[in-house]
Every structure is written in structure tokens, then in C-alpha cells.
Design a protein around this ligand. Sequence first.
Ligand code: ATP
Length: 323
Amino acid sequence: MKRIAVLTSGGDAPGMNAAIRAVVRTGLDKRWAVFGVRHGYTGLIGDNFLGLGARDVGGIIQQGGTILGSSRCPEFETEGGRIKALRALQQHDIDALFIIGGNGSQAGAYELSKMGYPVVGIASTIDNDLYGSDMTIGVDTALNIALEAIDRLKITASSHQRAFVVEVMGRNCGYLALMAGIAGGAEFVVIPEIKTEPETIAARLRADYRKGKAHAIVVVAEGAHYNAERLWHYFDEHHERLGFELRVTILGHVQRGGAPSAFDRLLGTRMGAAATEHLARAEHGVMVGLTNGQILATPLAEVAANKKQLDMSLLELARALNK
Ligand code: ATP
């Protein structure tokens, strides 16, 4: 009988619980013993394991966050840390590990697999910046939360003829900001991939007001050179010249906490189930992700070596739609 463990690492993402549940229940179906590791790589190094049965993952599919807890663990980035982690896995006789997380977490998974340990990654981050998955677990829910905020701000912006800046998460990737901007009908989108000067934004907003627009929404990615705070300072300092005052809303962690959408529950479930199937066929050292609508595995070496590119034609689309 195989003994497997599952952990969640990095930023929490809505839908991680669906993936945990699917790993546990499809693992039990295969008559494996299943364990959870608390708080990601920190729990691996600190020997924080718990047995998981079918009932332990009941009533969690609709919950945001992760029942196992997550963490950022600098110690795991050192060889010493990873040796401690391997020792803990061996002490518990665990045959393989499932790692649910984003870029950094999958880089860690790759390091473990290079040490000869069987791992299967599951693509999960709200940033959607992970090579090997068109959409990652949590993106859809985070996007919908951003949209709800933008829709509400639009109403108040129209009433007061004000310009609102909404900062969304996404680390150094502009995906969430761009998609929220397009789906929310924003006047301007600022992403890290392209440096945008505040003067350009001000000129665009002035032109929009001349066209008779009642509101202006600028969606900014947190990783942009001019993030919401810097933009606010710039507009405040050059208020006379730019002729605008900005109202700033930073969504921050509010974006993570929502109940997972149907899409994220299904994505987490499909990826979790596919991950145990891969291990059953002795296919490890891979990450499962969504590619062209199918759940497919990509070697972790490829995931770690490649950077996902943002489709820049979507930025053109956002520009073209603001008339
Ligand atoms: P998100 O982007 O959604 O927050 P993530 O998985 O990219 O998720 P990170 O904070 O980048 O989040 O990484 C999570 C953890 O993975 C780190 O705290 C560290 O323990 C481990 N990790 C990151 N990079 C490496 C690496 N190069 N080698 C080994 N472990 C790593």
C-alpha cells in the first residue's frame, strides 16, 4: 500500500481545498494511506503531518483558503532545509508528495524531484503566472472578486465624476489586472510588463472626460512600476498640472478570501484527481495543469525553466475597447 502526502504552499488560492479533497479521496480509492502536511514546506521541515480520511475533507469544497494552511519558507530554498524535509518524509514512510502551489512552490517541487523523490505538482496561484497551465486554481475567483469591486466603484465614480484607481494582486504578472480591466470596462490598465508614465494616464483621462465620460476607472497591477500608491503620490504632487485627484482602492488580500467559483472547484477537483492518476502510473516529476481545456502534465524541469508570457494582444484589445 502506498503512503502519500499533500501540502499547499505559497499564497493561498480559492480552490486549493477542492484539490486537497480530490487528492485525498481519489488516493483513498486507490487504497493508499493519505497524509496532509500543515503549512507547506515549513510543516515538511518541522515534521507536521496528519492522517487524512474521507471525512476530514468533507464540507471544504466551498471554502476559500486551504484547510492545511500555507506558508512561505525560506529554509526550504536551502539544501539543508530540503534534506530535513526529505528526512521527515522518509521517517513517515511517505512514498510520494503532492505539492499544490504557484511558481515558487513548483520550483521547490522540482528541487525535491532532482533529489530523487517522487513529487507531483498541482498548478495553483491567483497570479496565473505559472508556465504549464493556461489557468491556475484560484484565478477565476480572484478575477470575479476584482470585478465586483470595479463594478461597485464605477457606480460611485459616475455619481461624483471622479477617477478611481483599483489595484489588483498578481505579483509581477499583469494577467489579473488586464482581465479585470477588460471584463470591468476600465478606461486604462497599468501592468508590470509595460512601463506607463502617469502623464500618459492623465492625458487619457482628460480625453475621456472631454468625450463626456461620467467616470474613469484605472486598473493597476500591484507589480507595476507605478502601483496605486506611487500613482496617488504622483497625482497628488502634480495636482495643478494634471488637473486630477485620484481615489485609490487597493484590493489586496480581499481578493484571495472568496468562496471558490464553480470553475475553481472543478479545476481543483480535476487537477487533484489527475495528479493521483499520474502517480498511479509512476509518472512523477511533473506538474498537472490546464492546457487547451485538458488536464495535462508538464515536466517540472520545463515548468521551472520557462516563464509564462502574457498575451499582449489583450492589452491592445483593452485599449481598443475604451472609446
Ligand atoms: P504565489 O505566487 O501564489 O504566492 P508561489 O508558490 O509562487 O505562490 P512563493 O512564495 O514564490 O509562492 O514560493 C513558496 C515557497 O516555495 C517558498 O517560500 C519556498 O519555500 C519555496 N521555493 C520558492 N522558490 C524556491 C526554489 N527556487 N527552490 C526551492 N524552494 C523554493
